[in-house]
Design a protein around this ligand. Structure first.
Ligand code: SF4
Length: 180
């Protein structure tokens, strides 16, 4: 069996889901026997290559994310929504309760960590947030969902290992469908 290709992508998330991928620990060697990780935040590849499986963390917060998830869908045989932010918007989507301007003001000007010295960035054109945060499945078709904040490393490994061996993962078991 020829080796497959995996990508992992970080959109509007906190990187916690990627920390869970790292928590696969030594089982990454079992994955490496079956597939090469050709794109991930630790691999300095700018282009989205054609791959068999892509795990996507985080929700869509900008046009840039929208472009990226469409490209991922185009170039991946299987797309996995990884974690609650990707599936429901979760923490990232909390700003949907406010206007974009209120959220930016809170982050840059009034956040307690700014110690009273906050200000909006000098180049506001860099703040290209969309008005609403959306989950991945509102933009593209998703093949599998791995919930959790973050998802457990055991579940991530299980899903990857099954897919890489040509099997359909059984996510109906309760412990694998745990949100939060
Ligand atoms: S689901 Fe949780 S761990 Fe994953 S990106 Fe969102 S907040 Fe972070």
């Amino acid at each position: 069996m020829s080796k497959k290709k995996i990508a992992t992508v970080w959109l509007g998330g906190c990187s916690g889901c990627h920390m869970s991928i790292l928590d696969i620990d030594e089982r990454i060697l079992d994955v490496a026997k079956l597939a090469d990780i050709v794109k991930c935040p630790l691999v300095d590849g700018k282009e989205m290559p054609e791959v068999d499986v892509t795990l996507v963390e985080g929700s869509i917060t900008s046009d840039e994310h929208l472009h990226e998830i469409r490209l991922i869908r185009e170039r991946s045989k299987i797309v996995i929504s990884l974690g609650d932010c990707a599936i429901t918007t979760n923490i990232t989507g909390m700003r949907n309760y406010y206007t974009k301007e209120q959220a930016l003001d809170q982050a840059y000007v009034h956040a307690p960590s700014n110690d009273g010295k906050g200000q909006m960035p000098l180049h506001p054109q860099l703040l290209k947030l969309n008005d609403r945060v959306i989950p991945l499945h509102e933009a593209v078709n998703i093949d599998y969902y791995i919930p959790g904040c973050p998802p457990s490393a055991d579940t991530i490994f299980y899903v990857l290992f099954e897919l890489l061996n040509g099997r359909v993962p059984n996510l109906d078991q309760e412990r694998k469908l745990k949100y939060g």
